[in-house]
Design a protein around this ligand. Structure first.
Ligand code: ATP
Ligand code: MG
Length: 456
């Protein structure tokens, strides 16, 4: 191990346990190609952390000193993406490798000078780095050195790099020591780092739960103090991050930490308030049970769709709302619609659940009554529904313990097995959805003399 004055630690090939056989061949191909073209290429972030922990990385990220355009010139399979961060995506047969150019800390970079302003006094190009009044980074796209690139990352354990040139590990932030001690620690002042990007608080919780690490004391204190500011993050991003938490395989642990730190109450204020009180003398225990159930499935490698996940977690809450509308005299379907609409109205301003997912969640809940009708009208059409499996699964998980319900489920499952799959109207896309129909273009008619005069 070599330690430099700057705090940089280099761990030589023979001193760490990372073997290239554990890496994605495509990531390796990418690194070698960059090196052979005279560029620096590192593996960075989560994959180095996971390889050191003996876990299988979810994805392999590469950083380089080549600019996105230079990457594009070297790799034919490259597509440049992103407005906020310009990134190169290398498309291999079954994998996309993300290649980013070393970036620097946004705070260190001055806003564009007068030279970049046009005559009207406005900037010709949007500033490459931008923070709002509260210090949140709105844009940062400034190239930097490998050291700067490490320092702008979120946690020390996420800032380790693997250098393809000599197979060493590069550690600018003390990440290796934290990894060995099982600690999640922000790089730099946690107050500032959570101000710059509140989503980092959710990431701290997820990594702590997923890796069975503890959040370092200073980081935790800053997180608890800033928990309320999580609502400043973009709602769509919070939804993505919440899905990562719920699908992490450690959702129960994550939610416990989210509740302890005040993040959960900030993200789901109404639902969290409801969880804390009893209904008719009973505490709301289903949420916790469902988290464990989802964790079990994910750990066994099963897939859970987003609508089914939300139905399982928020179903009891939505059922109570539905009951309220029923008591007011609304029919079943309308009551469920109103309950889901109310839930979406409360949740979406902070955590943006897409309408498509909200509608699918609504139908999983409202179709539960169809399962009681055996065979009912056109059972084959019901079985052919795209969400039939989710409807069945929701019933099995929430009410499958009841003998009568179990009997009904057996009947439906047997019918579904007998029923030959209906001819597909079209090939489904990878995520099981029907591809968007191409719009047929209408040929424009040549304007006639008459339509021209009438202004048509
Ligand atoms: P996993 O993919 O297993 O969830 P990860 O650490 O790889 O974990 P990614 O979201 O893939 O997480 O991000 C890759 C790397 O980018 C991180 O390891 C971290 O270094 C950096 N990073 C991601 N999000 C942020 C952020 N909000 N702030 C600073 N750095 C970030
Ligand atoms: Mg990753």
């Amino acid at each position: 191990m070599k330690k430099e004055n700057s705090g940089l630690v280099i761990i030589a090939r023979q001193e760490h346990g990372i073997s290239r056989t554990l890496m994605s061949p495509n990531a390796l191909r990418t690194l070698y190609r960059l090196r052979d073209n005279g560029f620096v290429g590192y593996l960075v972030g989560g994959c180095v952390r996971d390889l050191l922990l003996g876990r299988e990385p979810k994805d392999f990220d590469v950083v380089t000193n080549a600019t996105p355009n230079e990457v594009k010139r070297i790799f034919r399979n490259c597509r440049l993406i992103g407005r906020r961060f310009r990134l190169a995506h290398l498309h291999y047969q079954d994998e996309i490798i993300e290649v980013a150019t070393f970036r620097s800390l946004a705070a260190d970079v001055p806003e564009p000078g007068p030279k970049e302003a046009n005559q009207a006094g406005q900037s010709q190009r949007p500033p490459r780095t931008l923070k709002d009044d509260d210090g949140m980074i709105l844009r940062d796209n400034v190239y930097g050195t490998p050291a700067e690139d490490a320092l702008r990352r979120d946690f020390t354990v996420n800032a380790l790099a693997y250098n393809i040139d000599d197979f060493s590990i590069i550690d600018y932030t003390g990440g290796l020591a934290d990894l060995n001690a099982g600690i999640i620690r922000t790089i730099g002042d946690p107050v500032v780092r959570f101000q710059e990007d509140p989503v980092r608080m959710l990431r701290a919780v997820r990594f702590a739960a997923q890796l069975a690490f503890t959040i370092e004391e200073g980081t935790r204190t800053a997180l608890v103090a800033a928990a309320d500011t999580i609502v400043r993050a973009a709602p769509a991003r919070l939804y993505e991050e919440m899905l990562k938490i719920f699908f992490s395989g450690e959702a129960a642990k994550c939610c416990e930490l989210l509740r302890q730190t005040g993040l959960f109450a900030a993200l789901f204020p109404q639902f969290s308030g409801w969880l804390d009180v009893e209904s008719e003398g009973f505490p709301h225990t289903r949420f916790g049970e469902m988290l464990t159930c989802v964790d079990d499935r994910i750990q066994q490698g099963a897939k859970v769709s987003a609508p089914l996940l939300l139905a399982l977690l928020f179903g009891e809450y939505i059922d109570e709302k539905t009951e309220r509308f029923r008591r007011q005299g609304a029919p079943w379907q309308r009551s469920v619609d109103a309950a889901v609409a109310e839930f979406m109205g409360e949740t979406c301003p902070i955590v943006m659940i897409m309408n498509r997912v909200g509608n699918a969640l609504c139908s999983i809940i409202s179709q539960q009554t169809r399962l009681n009708k055996i065979p009912g009208r056109r059972p084959e059409a019901f079985i052919a529904r795209r969400d039939f499996d989710d409807i069945i699964e929701y019933c099995r998980i929430t009410r499958g313990g009841n003998k009568e319900v179990a009997r009904q489920l057996d009947w439906w499952t047997a019918q579904a097995q007998q029923q030959a799959p209906l001819p597909m109207p079209c090939k489904l896309t990878e995520n099981g959805e029907a591809p968007q129909r191409k719009k047929r273009r209408r040929r424009r008619r040549k304007p006639t003399a008459k339509s021209r005069t009438e202004g048509l």
